[in-house]
Design a protein around this ligand. Structure first.
Ligand code: GTP
Ligand code: MG
Length: 552
C-alpha cells in the first residue's frame, strides 16, 4: 500500500514537473554569471564557518542546536547519515569566530588526552540522557535539511517511466542524481579538515576540491579529488624584509614533493579523524594519496600541485554554465556509458568520465541547423583579458576567459531540445571518422589525428596530449557499436513509438536484465515492479581484465 502511495505521490510530482518543462526555452536567458573563483571562494568561506557534529540520532538535533546557540549563531543545519548509519549534523554558523567559540568548549576523548589529540572541524556531541524533549519548542524555525544519500534507484526509474518526453527524462535524471548542496558542503569540509591539520606544519598550504565535485558534472556519491597547493602569500616573499626564515634543505635523491606526500599519507593515517585505508601512490607522474573518509563515506584522491586539473575543472564548469542543456545531456551520456560498461570505476583500457564529457562538449560545439550551443575553447582564449592569465605547474598555459558575462551572446543559439540533442549525439559519433579524426574542443571541429591511437581526444590545456591515450582498439570499437545501438533505440522514440523501454529507460537498463524485467512485467502493473535489483548501478561489470586483453 505504501509503495502504491509513494508511486502516486511521485506520479503527481512528475506530472507537474514535466508540465514545467514543456515551457522550457533554451535561448539566451539573461543571467548574471558568477565566476568559478567566486563560487569556490564562497564554498571555502562557508566551510570555515561550519562544523560536522556526530550525534546519536536525528532527535539529538534540538539539544545540539540549543547547546550551540548559547555560544554562537546557528545559520543553517543539514542532517546526513554515513554508510554505517551514523548520524551527523552539518552546522553552519554566522561567522568564523562563532566556530572558534564553539570549539573552545570542546574536549578530547579521555584516551587521547596526552600527545595524541588533534583538533579538527569534525566533532562529536555527547547528549544528556533524558534531555530530548526539553528543547522541542525552541527550534521550529530552523528546518534540518536532509541528505547526502544517492536517490533510490527504484524511485528514479519509476519517475522516468512516468515522464512524457525523453527531454523530461533527461532533465529528471539530472535533477535527481546531481551532487546536491550537502554533498558539495561536505567535500569542502574535508578540504578544510586537511588544511587545518596541515597548516601547523606548512605556512602557505591550501587544499582545493577539483574534478566532478566542483565542475558541475558530479553525481551524488562521486569521488572527491583534492589538490594540495601553495597559497602564495606575496607579503612573505617581500625581499625588503630583514628577517628571513631559515630554509629547510631536503637531502636524498627523491623529489621533495614525493617525500612530502609520503608524510601527508602518514599524517592521514595518524592524525585525521575519519581517514582510513590510506594508500600512497608516490611513483606516478603526479604523486597521489588515496583514502576513504568514514565520517562522510567519501573516497578521496589527494594530489600535489596539480593546478592544471583545477583549471580544467573550471573550464568544464564554465561550459556547463554557458547553456542549461549541457549538464543534463552529459549526465545522460555518462550514465548510459556506465550502464553499457563503456566506463568502469577502475582504471584500465576504457574511456573515463572526463574524456567522455569532452566528447559531449565537442558535439555541442558542432553547427546545428539553427546555430551553435557552445563556443570553441579558442573563442574563450581569444576573449581572455589580463585577469584571466593563469600558468599552472610545468608552465602549462591555462589562460582563458573566466567571466562569462563578457562573452558576447550568440546571435543564433540552437533551440534543439534534450531529446533531439541526445539522439544526435549518438548519431554524430556513430558516423564519426575515429580512424582519421581527433576530437578537439579547442577548434570545435574534427582535426586530423597526429598518430594512430584508436581514440584521440585533445587535452585543451596541453594540446600535444591525448586524454584518451589509454583507450584500447577493442574498447574504441565497443564505443562505436554502443553509440550505434543507442541511436537506433532513440530513433524509435522519435518515430513516435512508445515501447516499454522507451527513451532513456532502454539506454540506462543493463542488457543482461532486460529479459528478466520483461518476465516480471507479464501480468503486473509495471509501476509496482521493483526495479532496484534490475538496475543496480554499481554492480561489478563483467568484462575482460587487462591480462585477458593482453592475452588476446
Ligand atoms: P569522476 O571522478 O568520474 O566523477 O569524474 P572527474 O571529472 O572527477 O574525473 P577524474 O576524477 O578522472 O579527474 C578529475 C579531474 O582532473 C577532471 O575533471 C579534470 O578536471 C582533470 N583531469 C583528468 N584527466 C586529466 C588530464 O589528462 N589532464 C588534465 N590537465 N586534467 C585532467
Ligand atoms: Mg573524480
Amino acid at each position: 500500500m505504501s509503495v502504491l502511495l509513494n508511486r502516486t505521490k511521485s506520479f503527481i510530482c512528475t506530472k507537474s514537473f514535466c508540465k514545467s518543462l514543456l515551457v522550457r526555452n533554451y535561448s539566451d536567458v539573461p543571467k548574471k554569471f558568477k565566476t568559478f573563483d567566486e563560487v569556490i571562494a564562497q564554498r571555502r568561506e562557508e566551510a570555515r564557518r561550519s562544523l560536522v557534529v556526530q550525534v546519536n540520532s536525528e532527535s539529538s538535533f534540538n539539544e545540539l542546536y540549543n547547546y550551540c546557540s548559547t555560544h554562537a549563531t546557528v545559520k543553517d543545519v543539514h542532517h546526513y547519515k554515513n554508510f554505517n548509519d551514523e548520524h551527523f549534523m552539518l552546522m553552519e554558523f554566522a561567522s568564523e569566530d562563532n566556530v572558534k567559540e564553539v570549539l573552545q568548549t570542546c574536549c578530547f576523548h579521555q584516551k587521547d588526552a596526552d600527545i595524541m589529540a588533534s583538533k579538527s572541524p569534525f566533532v562529536w556531541f555527547r547528549a544528556t540522557p533524558g534531555n530530548k524533549n526539553k528543547y522541542e519548542a525552541t527550534t521550529k524555525s530552523l528546518a534540518v535539511k536532509d541528505g547526502n544519500n544517492k536517490v533510490d534507484e527504484d524511485e528514479l526509474f519509476g519517475n522516468l517511466m512516468e515522464c512524457h518526453t525523453v527531454s523530461d527524462q533527461i532533465q529528471m535524471l539530472y535533477d535527481k542524481t546531481k551532487l546536491n548542496d550537502v554533498g558539495i558542503r561536505l567535500r569542502f569540509m574535508l578540504a578544510r579538515q586537511l588544511e587545518v591539520m596541515m597548516s601547523s606544519l606548512y605556512a602557505n598550504i591550501a587544499i582545493y576540491p577539483f574534478g566532478s565535485s566542483v565542475n558541475g558534472f558530479g553525481k551524488m556519491g562521486c569521488d572527491l579529488d583534492l589538490v594540495l597547493t601553495n597559497n602564495v602569500n606575496y607579503e612573505l616573499l617581500d625581499t625588503n624584509r630583514r628577517l628571513v626564515y631559515q630554509e629547510k634543505k631536503c637531502e636524498g635523491g627523491r623529489s621533495p614533493w614525493q617525500r612530502h606526500m609520503e608524510l601527508v599519507g602518514t599524517l592521514l593515517e595518524l592524525r585525521v579523524a575519519g581517514a582510513a585505508r590510506v594508500q600512497k601512490i608516490l611513483n606516478a607522474r603526479v604523486p597521489i594519496v588515496k583514502y576513504s573518509h568514514e565520517l562522510t563515506s567519501l573516497d578521496c584522491d589527494l594530489c600535489y600541485n596539480n593546478m592544471s586539473g583545477v583549471y580544467m575543472s573550471e573550464l568544464l564548469w564554465l561550459l556547463g554554465e554557458r547553456d542549461q542543456r549541457v549538464r543534463p545531456l552529459t549526465f545522460a551520456v555518462r550514465r548510459w556509458a556506465r550502464t553499457v560498461s563503456l566506463t568502469n570505476p577502475h582504471p584500465g583500457r576504457w574511456i573515463t568520465n572526463f574524456p567522455l564529457t569532452l566528447m559531449v562538449l565537442f558535439f555541442l560545439q558542432q553547427r546545428r541547423h539553427d546555430g551553435f550551443i557552445l563556443p570553441s575553447f579558442n573563442k574563450l582564449v581569444a576573449a581572455a583579458g589580463k585577469d584571466d592569465i593563469r600558468i599552472a605547474e610545468e608552465s602549462v598555459n591555462c589562460t582563458f576567459l573566466r567571466d562569462l558575462n563578457k562573452l558576447p551572446a550568440d546571435s543564433s543559439r540552437s533551440e534543439d531540445n534534450l531529446e533531439t540533442l541526445l539522439y544526435h549525439f549518438f548519431e554524430y559519433y556513430a558516423q564519426f571518422d575515429f580512424q582519421e579524426k581527433a576530437i578537439s574542443i579547442v577548434e570545435g571541429v574534427p582535426i586530423r589525428k597526429p598518430n594512430s591511437l584508436p581514440l584521440y581526444i585533445v587535452n585543451p590545456l596541453e594540446q600535444a596530449l591525448n586524454v584518451s591515450r589509454n583507450v584500447s582498439f577493442e574498447e574504441c570499437e565497443r564505443l562505436k557499436m554502443e553509440v550505434r545501438n543507442a541511436a537506433w533505440h532513440l530513433e524509435a522514440v522519435l518515430d513516435g513509438k512508445k515501447t516499454e523501454d522507451w527513451g532513456l529507460l532502454g539506454l540506462l537498463e543493463k542488457q543482461s536484465t532486460r529479459g528478466v524485467k520483461k518476465l516480471l512485467r507479464v501480468g503486473h502493473n509495471h509501476r509496482l515492479v521493483s526495479v532496484k535489483d534490475l538496475f543496480a548501478e554499481d554492480e561489478e561489470p563483467k568484462r575482460k581484465t587487462d591480462q585477458q586483453i593482453d592475452a588476446s
